[in-house]
Design a protein around this ligand. Structure first.
Ligand SMILES: [Zn+2]
Ligand SMILES: [Zn+2]
Length: 105
């Protein structure tokens, strides 16, 4: 019996913002997605934010990703993804920004 492969959704935290390859938002946590699943020998990876990555693997099986959605263009054109992207682009990575005062008391 073949074990189901779980995607690696543990983000790496970086000091610099990273641009998600799918939604194009700049985020501090980034994950790695194999356009062709590792189990199929895929080597091409893209950087995805956590919500995008999670969405891909909850909407589609590895088989669908492999057969139909193995390029960024095909992902962006997929109707469900396109709808998701429209929504996520309006969501900030961090909702609160702390203003820094120059004249500290
Ligand atoms: Zn994203
Ligand atoms: Zn993935």
């Amino acid at each position: 019996m073949k074990r189901r492969q779980q995607p690696n959704l543990i983000p790496r935290q970086t000091d610099q913002p990273n641009r998600c390859a799918l939604c194009q938002r700049e985020v501090m946590h980034i994950t790695r997605h194999h356009l062709i699943p590792r189990a199929e020998g895929g080597k091409e990876v893209v950087d995805l934010c956590v919500p995008c990555h999670r969405t891909l693997h909850s909407f589609f099986s590895n088989r669908t990703l492999l057969n139909e959605l193995h390029t960024l263009d095909s992902l962006r054109q997929e109707p469900e993804i396109a709808r998701y992207l429209e929504w996520i682009r309006k969501q900030p990575d961090r909702s609160i920004r702390v203003a820094r005062r120059k004249d500290k008391r």
